[in-house]
Design a protein around this ligand. Sequence first.
Ligand code: IMP
Ligand code: MG
Length: 206
Amino acid sequence: MKMNIVDQYGPVAKDISEIIISEDDIRQRVAQLGRDISIDYADRCPVLVGVLKGVLFLMADLLRVINIPVEVDFLAVSSYSAEARNKGVVRLVKDLEIPIYGRHVLFVEDVIDTGLTLNYLLRSLRERQPASLEVCVLFNKPAHRLLDIPLTYKGFDLPDRLVVGYGLDFRERYRNLPFVGLLSAEAVKEDSHLEERLEKNTPGSI
Ligand code: IMP
Ligand code: MG
Protein backbone atom coordinates (compact mmCIF):
# COMPACT_ATOMS: atom_id res chain seq x y z
CA MET A 1 0.00 0.00 0.00
CA LYS A 2 1.30 3.49 -0.89
CA MET A 3 2.10 5.59 2.21
CA ASN A 4 0.87 9.14 2.11
CA ILE A 5 3.25 12.03 2.77
CA VAL A 6 2.01 12.70 6.32
CA ASP A 7 2.33 9.03 7.33
CA GLN A 8 5.89 9.10 6.16
CA TYR A 9 7.09 12.59 7.21
CA GLY A 10 4.73 13.64 9.98
CA PRO A 11 2.43 16.63 10.55
CA VAL A 12 4.88 19.18 9.10
CA ALA A 13 4.15 17.64 5.69
CA LYS A 14 0.38 18.12 5.79
CA ASP A 15 0.34 21.11 3.39
CA ILE A 16 2.61 19.53 0.80
CA SER A 17 0.88 18.73 -2.47
CA GLU A 18 3.86 17.18 -4.21
CA ILE A 19 7.45 16.19 -3.53
CA ILE A 20 9.55 17.54 -6.37
CA ILE A 21 13.04 16.61 -5.21
CA SER A 22 13.41 13.60 -2.94
CA GLU A 23 15.78 13.21 0.00
CA ASP A 24 17.73 10.67 -2.00
CA ASP A 25 18.15 12.91 -5.05
CA ILE A 26 19.33 15.76 -2.81
CA ARG A 27 21.80 13.50 -0.99
CA GLN A 28 23.30 12.25 -4.24
CA ARG A 29 23.58 15.69 -5.80
CA VAL A 30 25.12 17.24 -2.67
CA ALA A 31 27.62 14.37 -2.49
CA GLN A 32 28.68 15.10 -6.07
CA LEU A 33 29.02 18.83 -5.36
CA GLY A 34 31.13 17.98 -2.30
CA ARG A 35 33.43 15.79 -4.37
CA ASP A 36 33.83 18.49 -7.04
CA ILE A 37 34.57 21.16 -4.44
CA SER A 38 37.08 18.91 -2.65
CA ILE A 39 38.99 18.42 -5.91
CA ASP A 40 38.82 22.03 -7.11
CA TYR A 41 39.84 23.54 -3.76
CA ALA A 42 42.48 20.99 -2.71
CA ASP A 43 45.27 22.87 -0.88
CA ARG A 44 43.37 26.20 -0.86
CA CYS A 45 41.46 25.91 2.45
CA PRO A 46 38.43 27.85 1.21
CA VAL A 47 36.05 29.80 3.42
CA LEU A 48 32.49 28.58 2.86
CA VAL A 49 30.08 31.45 3.41
CA GLY A 50 26.34 30.90 3.82
CA VAL A 51 23.35 33.11 4.47
CA LEU A 52 21.17 32.11 7.41
CA LYS A 53 18.72 30.53 7.74
CA GLY A 54 17.84 28.83 4.45
CA VAL A 55 21.34 27.43 3.93
CA LEU A 56 21.37 25.39 7.16
CA PHE A 57 20.68 21.98 5.66
CA LEU A 58 22.81 22.48 2.57
CA MET A 59 25.80 23.76 4.54
CA ALA A 60 25.65 20.92 7.07
CA ASP A 61 25.30 18.22 4.41
CA LEU A 62 27.90 19.76 2.10
CA LEU A 63 30.44 20.03 4.93
CA ARG A 64 29.99 16.35 5.70
CA VAL A 65 30.97 15.33 2.18
CA ILE A 66 33.83 17.79 1.63
CA ASN A 67 37.04 16.00 2.61
CA ILE A 68 39.59 18.84 2.50
CA PRO A 69 40.27 21.47 5.19
CA VAL A 70 37.72 24.31 5.01
CA GLU A 71 36.50 27.12 7.23
CA VAL A 72 32.84 28.10 7.58
CA ASP A 73 31.13 31.37 8.30
CA PHE A 74 27.65 32.85 8.07
CA LEU A 75 25.92 36.08 7.21
CA ALA A 76 22.44 36.91 8.37
CA VAL A 77 20.34 39.39 6.46
CA SER A 78 16.95 40.93 6.80
CA SER A 79 14.98 42.57 4.03
CA TYR A 80 13.95 46.21 4.35
CA SER A 81 10.84 47.48 2.60
CA ALA A 82 9.26 45.70 -0.36
CA GLU A 83 10.80 48.42 -2.53
CA ALA A 84 14.32 47.81 -1.23
CA ARG A 85 13.71 44.09 -1.54
CA ASN A 86 12.89 44.54 -5.21
CA LYS A 87 16.35 45.96 -5.73
CA GLY A 88 17.95 43.15 -3.74
CA VAL A 89 19.07 45.55 -1.01
CA VAL A 90 19.19 43.75 2.31
CA ARG A 91 20.40 44.74 5.75
CA LEU A 92 23.26 42.74 7.22
CA VAL A 93 22.18 41.71 10.69
CA LYS A 94 25.17 39.44 11.23
CA ASP A 95 28.49 39.90 9.47
CA LEU A 96 31.28 37.38 8.90
CA GLU A 97 33.70 36.69 11.71
CA ILE A 98 36.50 35.43 9.46
CA PRO A 99 38.42 38.12 7.54
CA ILE A 100 38.23 37.06 3.88
CA TYR A 101 40.87 39.40 2.44
CA GLY A 102 43.17 37.23 0.29
CA ARG A 103 41.12 34.07 0.98
CA HIS A 104 39.38 31.73 -1.43
CA VAL A 105 35.68 32.20 -0.76
CA LEU A 106 32.91 29.85 -1.82
CA PHE A 107 29.50 31.43 -1.38
CA VAL A 108 27.00 28.66 -0.61
CA GLU A 109 23.37 29.52 -1.28
CA ASP A 110 20.22 27.43 -1.04
CA VAL A 111 18.15 29.08 -3.77
CA ILE A 112 18.58 31.74 -6.43
CA ASP A 113 15.53 33.32 -8.02
CA THR A 114 15.91 36.85 -9.42
CA GLY A 115 19.56 36.87 -8.34
CA LEU A 116 19.20 40.30 -6.73
CA THR A 117 19.97 39.21 -3.16
CA LEU A 118 22.94 37.13 -4.22
CA ASN A 119 24.30 39.91 -6.41
CA TYR A 120 24.09 42.42 -3.58
CA LEU A 121 25.86 40.10 -1.14
CA LEU A 122 28.56 39.14 -3.64
CA ARG A 123 29.29 42.81 -4.25
CA SER A 124 29.73 43.38 -0.56
CA LEU A 125 32.10 40.38 -0.27
CA ARG A 126 34.09 41.44 -3.32
CA GLU A 127 34.88 44.78 -1.68
CA ARG A 128 36.86 42.86 0.93
CA GLN A 129 39.17 41.58 -1.81
CA PRO A 130 39.12 37.82 -1.46
CA ALA A 131 41.63 35.90 -3.61
CA SER A 132 38.68 34.29 -5.38
CA LEU A 133 34.90 34.26 -5.05
CA GLU A 134 32.74 31.49 -6.52
CA VAL A 135 29.12 30.48 -6.01
CA CYS A 136 27.54 27.14 -5.16
CA VAL A 137 23.73 27.09 -5.42
CA LEU A 138 21.62 24.03 -4.79
CA PHE A 139 18.32 25.22 -6.24
CA ASN A 140 18.27 27.42 -9.33
CA LYS A 141 15.02 29.07 -10.42
CA PRO A 142 15.94 30.57 -13.82
CA ALA A 143 12.48 31.88 -14.81
CA HIS A 144 12.77 35.28 -13.09
CA ARG A 145 16.51 35.84 -13.28
CA LEU A 146 17.27 39.55 -13.66
CA LEU A 147 21.05 39.34 -13.36
CA ASP A 148 23.45 36.94 -14.95
CA ILE A 149 25.45 35.46 -12.08
CA PRO A 150 27.91 32.68 -12.94
CA LEU A 151 27.08 29.61 -10.85
CA THR A 152 30.25 27.56 -10.54
CA TYR A 153 28.42 24.73 -8.75
CA LYS A 154 24.72 24.13 -9.31
CA GLY A 155 22.43 21.44 -7.93
CA PHE A 156 19.01 21.46 -9.58
CA ASP A 157 16.95 23.67 -11.86
CA LEU A 158 13.52 24.29 -10.35
CA PRO A 159 10.26 25.42 -11.94
CA ASP A 160 8.91 28.89 -11.23
CA ARG A 161 7.00 27.82 -8.11
CA LEU A 162 7.29 28.53 -4.43
CA VAL A 163 9.00 25.50 -2.94
CA VAL A 164 9.64 24.57 0.69
CA GLY A 165 11.78 22.12 2.61
CA TYR A 166 15.47 21.34 3.01
CA GLY A 167 15.92 24.74 4.67
CA LEU A 168 13.51 26.71 2.48
CA ASP A 169 10.54 28.27 4.23
CA PHE A 170 7.16 29.76 3.61
CA ARG A 171 6.54 32.25 6.44
CA GLU A 172 9.26 30.57 8.48
CA ARG A 173 7.61 27.14 8.37
CA TYR A 174 8.44 23.89 6.59
CA ARG A 175 12.23 24.34 6.72
CA ASN A 176 12.53 21.00 8.52
CA LEU A 177 11.14 18.89 5.69
CA PRO A 178 13.98 16.69 4.40
CA PHE A 179 12.79 16.95 0.76
CA VAL A 180 11.72 19.85 -1.48
CA GLY A 181 8.02 20.08 -2.14
CA LEU A 182 5.21 22.25 -3.43
CA LEU A 183 2.68 23.74 -1.06
CA SER A 184 -0.99 23.17 -1.67
CA ALA A 185 -2.86 26.21 -3.01
CA GLU A 186 -4.97 26.36 0.19
CA ALA A 187 -1.88 26.60 2.39
CA VAL A 188 -0.51 29.50 0.35
CA LYS A 189 -3.84 31.34 0.29
CA GLU A 190 -4.51 30.95 4.01
CA ASP A 191 -4.07 34.19 5.94
CA SER A 192 -3.47 36.17 2.75
CA HIS A 193 -3.89 39.51 4.56
CA LEU A 194 -0.59 38.66 6.25
CA GLU A 195 1.04 38.51 2.85
CA GLU A 196 -0.28 42.02 2.08
CA ARG A 197 1.20 43.32 5.32
CA LEU A 198 4.54 41.74 4.47
CA GLU A 199 4.46 43.33 1.04
CA LYS A 200 3.99 46.76 2.61
CA ASN A 201 6.99 47.05 4.87
CA THR A 202 7.56 44.43 7.52
CA PRO A 203 11.17 43.25 7.61
CA GLY A 204 11.56 39.54 7.00
CA SER A 205 14.26 36.93 7.04
CA ILE A 206 15.76 35.14 4.05
P1 IMP B 1 16.30 36.32 -5.16
O1 IMP B 1 15.02 36.58 -5.89
O2 IMP B 1 17.29 35.51 -6.01
O3 IMP B 1 16.91 37.60 -4.65
O4 IMP B 1 15.94 35.40 -3.90
C1 IMP B 1 15.72 35.97 -2.67
C2 IMP B 1 15.42 34.97 -1.58
O5 IMP B 1 14.07 34.55 -1.76
C3 IMP B 1 16.20 33.68 -1.50
O6 IMP B 1 17.44 33.78 -0.85
C4 IMP B 1 15.24 32.84 -0.67
O7 IMP B 1 15.39 33.14 0.68
C5 IMP B 1 13.91 33.31 -1.14
N1 IMP B 1 13.27 32.37 -2.08
C6 IMP B 1 13.24 32.42 -3.44
N2 IMP B 1 12.51 31.42 -3.95
C7 IMP B 1 12.07 30.69 -2.87
C8 IMP B 1 11.24 29.52 -2.73
O8 IMP B 1 10.76 28.90 -3.70
N3 IMP B 1 11.00 29.10 -1.44
C9 IMP B 1 11.48 29.73 -0.36
N4 IMP B 1 12.26 30.84 -0.43
C10 IMP B 1 12.54 31.31 -1.68
MG1 MG C 1 18.77 32.08 1.07
